[in-house]
Each structure stands twice: as structure tokens, then as C-alpha cells.
Write a protein that binds this ligand. Structure first.
Ligand code: T3D
Length: 262
């Protein structure tokens, strides 16, 4: 059967493509597990030095497959706390803990958990025609997949609440103006732009980039003192890396560095 997530490694970039295009790449259990396997591979395989997450077809991801939640099929109400704990939350935690850069190319509509998974990635590019929708309010749910965390941290309460309570679609250009994503790009330039960015990150000093990600994510909850201590400890590690020695040598020799990720 067709894989629900396509996975391809080239130039140090592991491209993971959500692949249920006739459902706008909505999540079923198989797609959750396939995405998890992809992120775990990115974590465990030293040949992977950056991840590019995108969607097949005209959408990025429409969140939970509601066909798998049809109340008309009868039976007790589903335990959605359990499905978050089993399927969504592990992937969110893995993405945030992955000490390699994750680029997200939002190729089309990103709704519900689909939007919030994009916001958990490190650098988000979106096609100008893409929209982000906190669709949960339309079906009586709360924004999950880290949405209440990322929207509030990134946007503050006024915009987070308006998006979550109204489920109003947010266009890619406004999302970029608001700082919710990195850039909105022309639709036909999206994949090239995202691949170029991911390749250049994959050729970078992976260890240092991973520590940088860890530090920036920790800043939201650390005091300045704790953050300064953490910078000290991470810089100590970075300063002992082969890529730091190469970076400084290349600078002094006026040539391009060749990083190995170590
Ligand atoms: O359950 C749990 O485990 C808890 C976790 C929840 C996480 C969540 O993400 S809850 C939120 C679920 N998602 C939504 O509520 C979004 C539902 N989809 C939409 O509102 C719209 O499809 C979009 C705004 C995303 C796109 O609209 P449009 O007009 O561009 O496309 P469309 O015609 O609505 O969709 C195209 C097809 O995809 C269509 O199928 P068809 O008619 O061609 O056979 C549509 O049914 C299907 N599709 C879209 N989203 C979903 C879906 N099928 C199942 N589940 C979906 N989420």
C-alpha cells in the first residue's frame, strides 16, 4: 500500500512528505507512526543533518482524520486524551527535542493539529496561498499538538485567543508579518527555497546548530541567570567540536568551511 509518509535522504536532508493527498494529509494512526519513525530516524542516523517536512498535493495537513472519529458509527465517545498521549504528543516532543534543524514547507492549507505541527518546526516557510486554521473551535475541541503553547508564546494572548476562538483562517503573509512563521514565498518557489535552505543547514555545524536550538527553546522558561549558565555549558561543548576548529581555520585561511557535523 502507499506509504502515508514519504521519506527520502539526499545531501544530508531527510525529506518527510505527509502523503494522504486526497484527505489533505489528515492524520490517521498509520501516518502518526510513519511520521514518528521518520523523526526517530532523523535523530538516530548521523547521515541526517536536517529535516524537511512538507505535504503531498494541494494541502499541507488537515489535522486529525475526522472520518476515524465518526460518532454516527456508534460506540462510546473516544478518549482523545489518550490519542493525544499516544500519537500527537510523542511526535511533538520528538520534533522539539531533535537536535537537528527542522524546516517546514507549508505547501497548502494547514488546519487543526496540521497547523500546530508546522509551528513546532524550527524554520517555517509557507506558500503565499497557504492558510493556517485553528479548526478545533468548529468541532468543539481545544487547540492541541502544542497549539496553546506555540500560539501564546509566539503571538501573545490577544492574537492566540482570537485565532483559537474564531478558527478564522490566517494567510501565510500575515502569519509571516506576525512572526508565526519565517517567510511566505511564491507558491511555485516554495519547494526550491525550502530545499536550498534545508541543504545549507545540513551542510552546517550540526552539533552547534542543535545546541542553539536547545538554548532558544529553553529561554522561554529560564531566568537570565539559568540561561547564561546554559550558554556557558553549551559553548564549552561547541568549543570542543571539530566543526568549531574547522570554522575558525577556514576563516583564517579565507576559504569556505567544510563541516562534518561533529
Ligand atoms: O481526534 C483526536 O485524536 C484529537 C486530535 C485532534 C487534532 C485535530 O487536528 S482536530 C481538527 C481536525 N481538522 C479539521 O477540523 C479540519 C477539517 N477540514 C476542513 O475544515 C477543510 O477540509 C479545510 C479547511 C482544511 C480545507 O478546505 P477545502 O475546501 O480546501 O477542502 P475540502 O473540500 O474541505 O477537503 C478536501 C477533501 O479532504 C474532502 O474529501 P472529499 O469530499 O473530496 O472526499 C474532505 O472531506 C477531506 N478532508 C479534509 N480535512 C479532513 C478531511 N477528511 C478527514 N479529516 C479531515 N480532517
Amino acid at each position: 500500500s502507499t506509504p502515508t509518509v514519504l521519506s527520502a535522504l539526499a545531501d544530508g536532508v531527510l525529506t518527510l512528505t505527509l502523503n494522504r493527498p486526497d484527505k489533505l494529509n489528515a492524520f490517521n494512526e498509520e501516518m502518526h507512526l510513519a511520521l514518528r519513525a521518520g523523526i526517530e530516524r532523523a535523530r538516530d542516523d548521523s547521515a541526517v543533518r536536517a529535516v524537511l517536512l512538507t505535504g503531498a498535493g494541494r494541502g499541507f495537513c488537515a489535522g486529525q482524520d475526522l472520518g476515524d472519529r465518526d460518532p454516527r458509527k456508534g460506540g462510546p465517545a473516544p478518549d482523545l486524551g489518550r490519542t493525544l498521549e499516544t500519537f500527537y504528543n510523542p511526535n511533538l516532543r520528538l520534533l522539539r527535542a531533535l537536535e537537528k534543524p527542522v524546516v517546514c514547507a507549508v505547501n497548502g492549507v494547514a488546519a487543526g493539529a496540521g497547523a500546530n505541527i508546522a509551528f513546532a518546526c524550527d524554520i517555517v516557510l509557507a506558500a503565499k496561498s497557504a492558510r493556517f486554521i485553528q479548526a478545533f473551535a468548529k468541532i468543539g475541541l481545544i487547540p492541541d499538538a502544542g497549539g496553546t503553547f506555540s500560539l501564546t508564546r509566539i503571538l501573545g494572548e490577544p492574537r492566540a485567543k482570537a485565532l483559537a476562538l474564531t478558527a478564522e483562517p490566517l494567510g501565510a503573509e500575515t502569519a509571516a508579518d506576525w512572526g508565526l512563521i519565517w517567510k511566505a514565498v511564491e507558491d511555485d518557489a516554495l519547494i526550491d527555497t525550502a530545499q536550498t535552505l534545508a541543504r545549507s543547514l545540513a551542510a552546517g555545524p550540526t552539533l552547534g546548530l542543535g545546541l542553539t536550538k536547545r538554548l532558544i527553546q529553553a529561554a522561554a522558561t529560564n531566568s537570565l541567570d539559568a540561561q547564561l549558565d546554559m550558554e556557558r555549558d553549551c559553548q564549552q561543548i561547541a568549543g570542543r567540536s571539530a566543526d568549531y576548529a574547522e570554522g575558525v581555520t577556514a576563516f583564517l585561511e579565507k576559504r569556505k568551511p567544510e563541516f562534518t557535523g561533529q
